[in-house]
Design a protein around this ligand. Structure first.
Ligand SMILES: *[C@@H]1O[C@H](CO)[C@@H](O)[C@H](O)[C@H]1NC(C)=O
Ligand SMILES: *[C@@H]1O[C@H](CO)[C@@H](O)[C@H](O)[C@H]1NC(C)=O
Ligand SMILES: *[C@@H]1O[C@H](CO)[C@@H](O)[C@H](O)[C@H]1NC(C)=O
Ligand SMILES: *[C@@H]1O[C@H](CO)[C@@H](O)[C@H](O)[C@H]1NC(C)=O
Length: 486
């Protein structure tokens, strides 16, 4: 990646994104320059498909020194969750600050402005408040879901820029960081016994690859041979380290431009990714491994002291340098938070008015929010008065959902089109448990029928952190699911 171009005088928001390797990591960011002296720029980095396999999230294998360095100067959210574990629905959700049931996007095939409501977006809101907004790479999911234009002209001051990524497809040097013999397997590679079939996704994408087809793996549950599992995991971790170097170059360039003292940096991903956990190799589920995402905020002078004159906050870190010291993490928040909170949080951090809570329904309201302002969790100053912050149990709950076309895994279970959706899995994640009900869903009316329960899942975090022992049907806990019902 080449360094950022020097900012024009009124440069206020830059979006940046990058696709990496076969796993298509996208790094996207939005930064803002300022004309008012105390206005802050915003750089939003959105990585595609990145689960928190990062040093700063406790991963002992993965080399991510640049992201770890960012974390050391940021507040990091340990328990952040996407609202749906697939690109377009997740991105449209957090970029508009609305849940998938409001954007009505569960697949890739509609544009919310004409399909559900003319909802404002994060960059649009900043643009309307005097910021210059720019997008590089995959910010919105390309295609119909952003009207083949990354939601231009509404969201962006300039046409979004998509750097070519093909030339990186065969970049293999980062695999050297992960010798195959050092690659661990998923701790729980079996499809769990008590998992309802509707909860399982058959990871059809990876099966389309020629090298995977040659393995003659049975559909839908057949395991991938162990040696090949190691190769997939190696490639994923190599992609993370490559991505990390790009983040390193980006932040180092920001430093060189003297912008770290007036730029908020947010770093996240659209959803996670299963690398063999529960016998799965994709996103497309309600398991934490696919809904949990990295999330951190750097706020100049607040999450970390400003560096002394001539000192860089984000000097480039080489992941191949095994002598480099690991970074002390910055502040950590364990409360459960949701990506839908990104919109109000970035608005609040930048000093813009935080959009009001959405009424129900809110299809007619262009600007409102369904997520919390996380500034309180960041323990920063200047908190707005917000009654929803205090004493509200929703504060520590994250909701996710996933649609299915049938009760058993089939060819389109990973990515059903809207018209084929027959079941919706709604998840509540608290600090203690995940509870999911799979209920009948009418795609013409967008209606879930909570009295038509197809299956349920219940996992307690303490006794079963990896979610392998579904106790929904245990007589012992027979009454619990009903009492937890939303
Ligand atoms: C949708 O919102 C945009 C941005 O505010 C506005 O320009 C456009 O006219 C709106 N469209 C409709 C149909 O209301
Ligand atoms: C979507 O893009 C088409 C083609 O550029 C344009 O005519 C249409 O107005 C756009 N839709 C909205 C809602 O802006
Ligand atoms: C692989 O594992 C060995 C044994 O634990 C260790 O000495 C070596 O540093 C590891 N290699 C890498 C690249 O991490
Ligand atoms: C593929 O596996 C099936 C059983 O799952 C077996 O019947 C078939 O012979 C295998 N084909 C090849 C080419 O190995």
């Amino acid at each position: 990646m080449s360094p950022l171009p020097p900012p024009p005088p009124d440069w206020r928001l830059l979006g940046f994104s990058l696709l990496v390797g076969s796993f298509c990591f996208a790094l996207e960011s939005a930064a803002q320059g300022n004309s008012a002296t105390d206005a802050l720029n915003v750089l939003l980095i959105i990585v595609d498909d990145l689960r928190p396999s990062l040093g700063c999230y406790g991963d002992k294998l993965v080399r991510s020194p640049n992201i770890d360095q960012l974390a050391s100067h940021s507040i990091l959210f340990q328990n952040a969750f996407a609202q749906q574990a697939v690109c377009a629905p997740s991105r449209v959700s957090f970029l508009t600050g609305r849940r998938p049931d409001t954007t009505r996007l569960y697949d890739f095939n509609s544009y919310w402005r004409v399909h559900s409501g003319n909802f404002s977006t994060i960059p649009q809101y900043f643009k309307e408040n005097g910021y210059v907004t720019m997008s590089v790479g995959k910010v919105f999911h390309p295609g119909i879901s952003s009207n083949h234009s990354d939601d231009s002209p509404y969201s962006w001051s300039f046409p979004p820029y998509h750097p070519s990524s093909e030339k990186y497809e065969n970049t293999k040097e980062f695999q050297k960081l992960y010798p195959l013999e050092n690659i661990t397997l998923a701790p729980d590679p079996q499809v769990p016994d008590g998992l309802p079939p509707v909860a399982y996704n058959p990871w059809m994408d990876i099966r389309e690859r020629e090298d995977v087809q040659a393995l003659n793996i049975s559909v839908p549950y057949g395991p991938i041979p162990v040696d090949f599992q190691r190769k997939i995991r190696q490639s994923y971790f190599a992609s993370v380290s490559y991505l990390d170097t790009q983040v390193g170059h980006l932040l180092s360039a920001l430093d060189d431009l003297h912008l770290t003292s007036n730029t908020i940096i947010a770093f996240t991903s659209d959803h996670g990714w299963a690398l063999g956990e529960h016998g799965e190799w994709a996103k497309y589920s309600n398991f934490d491994i696919t809904t949990r995402v990295p999330l951190m905020f750097y706020v100049p002078g607040k999450t970390t002291p400003l560096p002394g004159a001539g000192k860089k906050l984000f000097p480039y870190q080489d992941p191949f340098d095994s002598t480099s010291e690991s970074m002390d993490p910055g502040g950590h928040v364990t409360d459960l938070v949701e990506l839908v909170s990104l919109f109000p949080t970035l608005a609040g951090l930048a000093g813009l008015q935080v959009p009001p809570w959405c009424p129900i329904p809110s299809f007619h309201v262009e600007l409102c929010r369904e997520g919390q302002n996380l500034q309180r969790h960041l323990q920063l100053h200047d908190l707005e008065e917000d009654p929803h912050f205090l004493g509200n149990p929703r504060e520590s709950i994250a909701y996710s959902q996933y649609p299915r076309p049938a009760d058993s895994p089939q060819w389109n279970s990973d990515k059903p089109s809207l018209k084929d959706i027959k079941i919706m899995g709604y998840s509540i994640r608290t600090i203690d448990y995940r509870y999911t009900v799979w209920v009948g869903f009418n795609p013409a009316e967008f209606l879930a029928n909570f009295s038509d329960i197809h299956a349920g899942e219940l996992y307690f975090v303490d006794s079963d952190p990896l979610q392998d022992h579904n106790i929904y049907n245990d007589s012992q806990h027979g009454d619990l699911p009903h009492s937890l019902k939303p």
